[in-house]
Write a protein that binds this ligand. Structure first.
Ligand SMILES: Cc1cc2nc3c(=O)[nH]c(=O)nc-3n(C[C@H](O)[C@H](O)[C@H](O)COP(=O)(O)OP(=O)(O)OC[C@H]3O[C@@H](n4cnc5c(N)ncnc54)[C@H](O)[C@@H]3O)c2cc1C
Length: 387
């Protein structure tokens, strides 16, 4: 039986980066993915420009569907909207992941597609991975495993309790023939009536194509999304739904523990998602990159202890930990505002404040803004009291 230094489970954003970095650092690496090709999971495919910088990839028509110049956030009554800056891309995510997976293979990683991991065990200081390909069982042995296997992660189910793990349902239509005001802008719609404790997104892919979806706590996602589409006949009156897909999004912040002897979790499996926006591509890419580097250092130096692997978590948390926990707090407070309050707040906040709050840069920003605009703050208070 072959023994690898590093086995990466999953070829999502986290896995393709982990396999690339581990192989590039000369660790004998295998990436195992149950699907025939990467990127089968539904996604709205939106990223800010920095995500590609961190992926160490230049934007290319090979995997960028559309260039984005910002976003428009609509208040619950849609009477007010806030323009938010921020350049980014709508990816063709399967093509993007294919490019990244090919890069991992070029760096020396083996890639096994259509191979499902069925069980993982510790065996004599190594990790034994039981797989199935075309119904045939196979065993892969590795010094270290990186679980980049998403929300249903088999590694976490077997070895990490993930008590704080919370996921919401996200449902998305791939639509054609939409008529958007501006195809370079993302559209975000909030409101407890429209999307309880979540939001609706319209991410234009260009030429009338769009990813139109909803993330909500609890049931009823499809009925709410259908109602939204029906209420926007200008945009969707002649549009067609080509595909409907749903998947969970982890919104509870990073899990308590995601490093153990010979093991690390990455991306959605570790809850490394910005809770308020549900964005996990960028965080997953960065986590995978760091995990791959640390996995190679650990296996090649012969020290795969949890203590040694903790450096992965420390490095990731230094970059993203605070932002994820700030965004989790922002999500909690956002849930406490009524639609009426959100209408007023949307009218008061500037676009950049909102995007910074959502991305977890500064949860006190809104309070600070109120303090800097006492007359507006009084107006809010008055409207809240009399409204
Ligand atoms: C509807 C929706 C819209 C979203 N929109 C955005 C967005 O616009 N922008 C953004 O940044 N984020 C978005 N996200 C979140 C983003 O998709 C995830 O955070 C990101 O893909 C996580 O990457 P990952 O590598 O951790 O996991 P995943 O992308 O889930 O990849 C895990 C991989 O592991 C494989 N796998 C799982 N189990 C096994 C097994 N037992 N054996 C072998 N392989 C296995 C899976 O097939 C999969 O390929 C969205 C999510 C949803 C559901």
């Amino acid at each position: 039986m072959e023994t690898y230094d590093v086995a990466v489970i999953g070829a999502g954003p986290a896995g393709v980066m982990a396999a690339w970095k581990a192989a590039e650092s000369h660790a004998r690496t295998v990436m195992i993915e149950r699907e025939p090709s990467p990127g089968k999971k539904v996604c709205a495919e939106g990223v800010l420009a920095d995500a590609l910088v961190d992926a160490e990839l230049k934007p290319s028509s090979e995997f960028v569907s559309n260039y984005i110049s910002g976003a428009v956030l609509y208040a619950p009554d849609e009477a007010k909207k806030v323009n938010v800056g921020g350049k980014g891309y709508i990816l063709d995510k399967p093509a993007f992941l294919r490019v990244l997976a090919d890069r991992a293979v070029k760096a020396g990683s083996e890639a096994r597609f259509e191979t499902s991991v069925e069980d993982v065990e510790r065996q004599d200081g190594l990790i034994e991975i039981q797989c199935k390909r075309n119904g045939q069982p196979a065993t892969i042995r590795a010094k270290l495993v990186v679980g980049c296997d998403g929300t249903g992660s088999i590694i976490s189910r077997r070895f990490f309790p993930r008590k704080s793990y919370q996921a919401i349902t996200a449902l998305q239509y791939s639509m054609t023939n939409c008529k958007m005001d501006d195809e370079t802008k993302l559209e975000i719609y909030v409101g407890h009536e429209k999307a309880p404790a979540g939001y609706i997104w319209v991410f234009p892919k260009g030429k009338g194509d769009a990813n139109v979806g909803i993330g909500v706590k609890g049931a009823g996602a499809k009925a709410l999304l259908d109602k939204f589409i029906e209420k926007h006949p200008t945009a969707f009156g002649s549009a067609k739904i080509q595909r409907t897909l749903a998947a969970p999004v982890p919104v509870g912040g990073e899990v308590e523990s995601y490093v153990a002897d010979n093991m690390m979790l990455c991306g959605d499996a570790a809850g490394q998602v910005i809770p308020l926006t549900g964005a996990g591509i960028h965080t997953g890419l960065v986590a995978g990159k760091i995990a791959g580097e640390e996995a190679a250092i650990a296996t090649l130096s012969g020290n795969t202890s949890a203590e040694n692997l903790q450096r992965y978590r420390d490095r990731f948390d230094k970059l993203w930990g605070q932002r994820i926990s700030n965004s989790l707090r922002a999500l909690d407070s956002f849930e406490r505002f009524s639609d009426h309050e959100l209408n007023i707040i949307t009218g008061l906040l500037e676009g950049q404040d909102l995007v910074e709050m959502a991305n977890g840069f500064s949860p006190t920003k809104a309070v600070g803004l109120m303090a800097r605009h006492p007359l507006l703050a009084m107006k809010v208070a008055y409207q809240l009291l009399t409204g």
